[in-house]
Design a binder for this molecule. Structure first.
Ligand SMILES: Nc1nc2c(c(=O)[nH]1)N[C@H]1C(S)=C(S)[C@@H](COP(=O)(O)OP(=O)(O)OC[C@H]3O[C@@H](n4cnc5c(=O)[nH]c(N)nc54)[C@H](O)[C@@H]3O)O[C@H]1N2
Ligand SMILES: Nc1nc2c(c(=O)[nH]1)N[C@H]1C(S)=C(S)[C@@H](COP(=O)(O)OP(=O)(O)OC[C@H]3O[C@@H](n4cnc5c(=O)[nH]c(N)nc54)[C@H](O)[C@@H]3O)O[C@H]1N2
Ligand code: SF4
Ligand SMILES: [Mo]
Length: 757
């Protein structure tokens, strides 16, 4: 049965997967004629069984949004003006080519944002586009997100996509470090309906422990919550490991025959006794020991670290040690522990064949020498690479599905940098904080106007499932999809005589012979659940998925090691040298922490030059005596859904959370405006007093700050808020991976009235 029966005035129901976050909820969209009548959870979706969150409804608002661009525009003195696709594509390719001809190929930079990962066709066609452009200056939202996971996948398991995910539905013990899945619906842990899956752990007699500087919505439904001082998870996990080895509770079990480095881990762990780390972490030594014992004693257990554990000073070390904790307790690659998905399209195998397993440090950024990972530089370096003169300076930028002005550290500097460029092109359907800098905007068709298969997030799903949906609405005749824009740019970039010509020229021909659906079909059929070209085999093909409109269940995750490892040794490398060496940084920080001050007065910008934040604070004669962390919100999706009225209505949510004791000390009485300042800038917003944040810590959500000149988002501007990334510091990074330390930012808070003008 087709998923939708077209017809004027008739009602039909279309089934697809919500593309907004990693959870992949099945949705049922009721359509009358060409109008959306309702969006509901699809009860027959085998993965989500009817669950959706409030954001799914915003798909309708997005579809109908009058502010959403439906044709290319060019910036003129009189504002953005409509141009034809040919003009727009010619101009973008021409200007990029010209820039490269004059200043070298690295003078053009690319920034790829988060929604691209939810668009299989554009993921596929990025390859020829980047090949045609051949710039080293590629940046993406990964380095303000999951980069540490990819790095650890490569170092420990030999492949950037070999990232174990919690076997949530079977585990007996879930330890959550710096994630709030009840609100975020999970990350690097794809599954719809996180609240009920987490509640189910407790209902079946298991335990859930949350470690977070804020008592989050997830902490509220957990057995236990521990406050932790931001940026100190590395010490907590080391303290737990030390307990496990000291008490002979470390037992890698089935992993024992293919694991290297356990002795090294034991040697390291012994150094970090619970007593030694407790003052830094802010959790009592006895509690750390008890947590380690309970984790080891559980029939199965898994530790999951996410944004709070990644976007901080020790993002890579923490992500590593979380994997180590799972491994040394025998919980890696076994039911109820941390397991690897085997999705219908096996991106691990495909990238493995292409040799894209995640190389680290092959090149370094020009100004600060930050390492590339998998061909991308850390975005914390973007502004300085644009603003610092000299050979190799970036002079033109193309963004696709990204909003670095609101999403990356020191957004004001990014804003200034973008304004200074010779040429900016954006593949995006909104005129927002970033794209307002564009000379040309190339808007793709909307998400309901394209087909959908989730290529990326099945790789991190807690159960193997597959689902495909055709476009719900036909795009306008002259609309282009993201992938078509990439193909057209690639073809135009590939001028005769240019070395990078081949892939680009081939892209257009390739896209005719092998459109995205053909590539997807081939990947499905030759994937681990595929029909291998034999339709009678019962295996998967695109046609089969087209018939199964609710999706198919492919079963729980299965153990797959050591066969799936890509390391040269064929073994798990538990203690890679670069990570062991990076512990020196942690040792130094532990020294700084001892003494137990609550906030780190004038703490330095980690890994930073220029004397760091500490020196700057001293010069200014003022202490940054609080630590700033982020906070995701149910009705918000990073920076780009605030133009949906139903998501932003109600009370102001862009607020600073502060502990009442911290407020009292600063003469802040509650529900008033405050000024928050960091080394790089300041913002003003309303304060909310709550003991849900620990003393010494304040929290601001990201993705707000729509009041900048030229932003053409009518609804979002009425709920503008302030951007937390005007406070985060581009010098504050995890020095090993280059991931931005967007949590644990040293700040000062004072009543807004008292602030200097
Ligand atoms: N509603 C909604 N859902 C989303 C998104 C959204 O914007 N809105 N974004 C999506 C995206 S792109 C992603 S990547 C995922 C992210 O998914 P999550 O990682 O689950 O989301 P966060 O809410 O950022 O959770 C981070 C937690 O870390 C805590 N934290 C901060 N610093 C530290 C620290 O040093 N140590 C510890 N232990 N904790 C710390 C914060 O208080 C916060 O509770 O969410 C996705 N889902
Ligand atoms: N302080 C702080 N900052 C953070 C975080 C944090 O926790 N704290 N989280 C970080 C994380 S995890 C992430 S993922 C990043 C996100 O950072 P980005 O990816 O840079 O930003 P988004 O807000 O996701 O913006 C997405 C853009 O894509 C456009 N868009 C949406 N759909 C499509 C599409 O189908 N095609 C195209 N071409 N464009 C589309 C939107 O209009 C919007 O402009 O933010 C990061 N920034
Ligand atoms: S949880 Fe994510 S996938 Fe599910 S409905 Fe909400 S935004 Fe969509
Ligand atoms: Mo993200």
């Amino acid at each position: 049965m087709p998923s939708a029966t077209p017809g004027q005035g008739t009602t039909r129901t279309h089934h697809r997967t919500c593309n907004l976050c990693e959870a992949m909820c099945g949705i049922a969209i009721e359509v009358e004629g060409d109008r959306i009548a309702s969006i509901r959870g699809d009860r027959r979706d085998p993965f989500s069984r009817g669950y959706i969150c409030p954001k799914a409804l915003a798909l309708q608002d997005l579809h109908e949004d009058r502010d959403r661009l439906r044709h290319p525009v060019r910036r003129t003195a009189a504002g953005f003006q409509r141009v034809s696709w040919d003009e727009a594509l010619d101009e973008v390719a021409g200007r990029l080519r010209e820039t490269q001809a004059r200043h070298g190929r690295d003078a053009v930079a690319v920034y790829l944002g988060n929604p691209r990962a939810h668009n299989y066709a554009s993921l596929l066609y990025l390859i020829p586009f980047l090949e045609a452009l051949r710039t080293r200056n590629c940046f993406s939202s990964s380095s303000v997100d999951q980069l540490p996971h990819h790095l650890i996948g490569t170092l420990l398991f030999g492949h950037q996509l070999l990232i174990p995910v919690p076997d949530l539905d079977r585990t007996s013990f879930l330890l959550v470090l710096g994630a709030n899945p009840v609100v975020s619906n999970g990350s690097m842990m794809s599954a719809p309906g996180m609240p009920r899956r987490i509640e189910a752990i407790r209902a079946r007699g298991g335990t859930v422990v949350v470690v977070d500087p804020r008592r989050t919505e997830t902490a509220e439904i957990a057995d236990r919550h521990h406050f932790i001082r931001p940026g100190t998870d590395v010490f907590l996990v080391l303290g737990m490991l030390s307990t496990l080895f000291a008490e002979r509770l470390a037992a890698p079990g089935h992993l024992g025959s293919f694991i290297n480095g356990i002795d090294e881990i034991e040697r390291i762990a012994c150094e970090f006794t619970p007593e030694r780390v407790a003052p830094a972490v802010g959790i009592e030594a006895a509690e750390i020991r008890a947590l380690a014992r309970a984790f080891a004693a559980a029939p199965s257990a898994v530790c999951h670290g996410r944004i709070g554990a990644c976007l901080q000073e020790f993002g890579a070390l923490t992500t590593w040690l979380v994997a180590v904790l799972n491994a040394v307790t025998g919980n890696l690659d076994r039911p109820g522990g941390a397991m690897f998905a085997r999705p219908a399209v096996d991106a691990v195998a495909i990238q493995g064949l292409l040799g894209q397993r995640g190389d680290f440090g092959r090149s370094r950024t020009r100004v600060r020498g930050l390492p590339a990972f998998a061909g991308e530089y850390p975005v914390a370096a973007l502004a300085e690479e644009i603003l610092t003169e000299g050979p190799g300076q970036i002079r033109a930028l193309l963004t696709m599905a990204g909003n670095p002005v609101l999403s990356t550290p020191n957004g004001r500097a990014v804003d200034r940098a973008l304004a200074s460029l010779d040429f900016v092109a954006c593949v995006d359907f909104y005129i927002n904080e970033t794209t307002r800098h564009a000379h040309v905007i190339l808007p793709p068709a909307g998400p309901l106007e394209r087909d959908h298969y989730d290529l990326a997030f099945h790789v991190f799903a807690i159960r193997n499932t597959a689902k495909y949906a055709p476009a719900l609405f036909a795009p306008a005749d002259d609309a282009r999809h993201d992938w078509q824009i990439l193909v057209e740019l690639a073809a135009r970039l590939a001028a005769p005589g240019r070395a990078a010509g081949l892939a680009g020229r081939a892209a257009r021909a390739l896209s005719r012979v092998l459109p995205p659906t053909r590539l997807l079909d081939a990947a499905l059929r030759f994937g681990p659940h595929g029909d291998r070209m034999n339709p009678l085999s019962g295996g998967l093909s695109l046609r089969k998925l087209e018939r199964e409109v609710h999706g198919v269940d492919l079963g729980p995750l299965k153990p797959c090691l050591p066969e799936r490892l890509f390391t040269p040794s064929g073994r798990i490398e538990l203690a890679p040298e670069v990570l062991v060496a990076d512990l020196d940084r942690a040792r130094a920080a532990l020294g700084r922490w001892q003494g137990g001050a609550l906030g780190r007065e004038g703490a330095g910008a980690p890994g930073g030059e220029e004397g760091g934040a500490g020196a700057a604070a001293e010069r200014a004669g003022a202490a940054y005596d609080l630590q700033l962390i982020g906070r995701r919100q149910l009705r918000s999706n990073n920076s780009w859904l605030h133009n949906s009225h139903r998501l932003v209505k109600g009370r102001n949510r862009c607020t600073l959370l502060m502990h009442p004791e911290d407020a009292a000390r600063r003469g802040i009485a509650g529900a008033q405006r405050v000024r928050v300042s960091s080394r790089v800038g300041s913002i003003e917003l309303e304060v909310e007093l709550t003991d849900a944040v620990m003393p010494g810590v304040v929290s601001v959500p990201h993705g707000w700050g729509h009041g900048r000149d030229g932003v053409q988002l009518g609804t979002a501007r009425q709920h503008a808020g302030a951007s937390v990334n005007d406070l985060t510091d581009h010098l504050a990074i995890d020095a090993l991976s280059g991931t931005a330390a967007l949590n644990g930012v040293p700040v000062r808070v004072e009543p807004a009235e008292a602030a200097p003008a």
